[in-house]
Write a protein that binds this ligand. Structure first.
Ligand code: APR
Length: 248
């Protein structure tokens, strides 16, 4: 970690800039939420890409729901960590601040982070798989575990699906538009994401092309490491704590 560059970052953050943070599963790793790739990410030998698709759900909704039901129970037991805490503080301190999160666990919201853009939806929301006319598009349901799987739509009796964005599905157009606008900022952090899933990872390029000072925080190098202005290699909970201490 270069001190000069860290000082440069701190200087930019002190000048009341427009700050945007993009987070991924690494931010919740210290809370005990399993990441999607790397060690310990398989569930019953399935990868996220095997389960988080409309075709996987159509083929075996019970199996996909078992995974989500398990994840909801895991997350319900987890507590936000120092990284969530620091980001929440920034969201209240900086007048022009945005958090775009790929995380569906709701931990940023649990520490009262202002203005979270949930790029991939929420594991705590559900919707009717058939899209029945009587049901809202999506609604909150924090039952964990569900008494039987798959859970049923209270409006039509069909099956429910998790309120997340699966591979092959589009990002909510409004969330995408707001996230792209947020990426056009002064300081852009990309924290705890493998940066292989698009369009989320493309936000880094949008920020860079806009002229933002771009910073990556990750325990490992990623495809965006070579394109950012500053790489702070380390655990998000430690690096953000250090930045916050240095900001005073
Ligand atoms: N601090 C910072 N980074 C960490 C930490 C930590 N404590 N622990 C792990 N990491 C990093 C890993 O090095 C990795 O680069 O977090 C990243 C986690 O990557 P993924 O598991 O691929 O998670 P993410 O990037 O959020 O995945 C993107 O893929 O399956 C989909 O929709 C799902 O939103 C998810 C998307």
């Amino acid at each position: 970690m270069s001190n000069a560059s860290l000082d440069d970052l701190l200087g930019r953050m002190g000048a009341t800039p427009h700050i945007t943070v993009l987070t991924g599963a690494g931010v919740s790793a210290a809370s005990g939420v399993p990441t999607f790739r790397g060690d310990g990410s398989l569930w019953k030998n399935y990868r996220a890409e095997d389960l988080a698709t409309p075709s996987a759900f159509a083929r075996d909704p019970r199996l996909v729901w078992e995974w989500y039901d398990w994840r909801r129970q895991v997350v319900a037991m987890c507590q936000p960590n120092r990284a969530h805490d620091v980001i929440a503080r920034w969201s209240h301190r900086y007048g022009d601040f945005h958090l775009v999160t790929q995380n569906v666990d709701g931990l940023h919201e649990r520490v009262d982070t202002w203005g979270v853009l949930r790029f991939h939806g929420s594991v705590w929301e559900v919707s009717c798989w058939r899209g029945c006319d009587d049901a809202p598009t999506r609604w909150w349901d924090d039952t964990a575990p569900f008494p039987s799987l798959p859970p049923h739509c209270p409006h039509c009796g069909g099956i429910l699906r998790p309120g997340v964005v699966w591979f092959g599905e589009s990002i909510d157009p409004l969330v995408l538009e707001e996230s792209v606008a947020a990426a056009r900022c002064d300081v852009f952090f990309v924290i705890g994401t493998s940066a292989v899933v698009h369009p989320a990872a493309s936000l880094v390029e949008i920020a860079r092309d806009h002229g933002a000072f771009t910073v990556e925080v990750n325990t490992e190098p990623t495809p965006v490491s070579g394109m950012v202005d500053l790489v702070l290699q380390g655990a998000a909970e430690d690096v953000l704590d250090l930045i916050e201490q240095r900001l005073g």
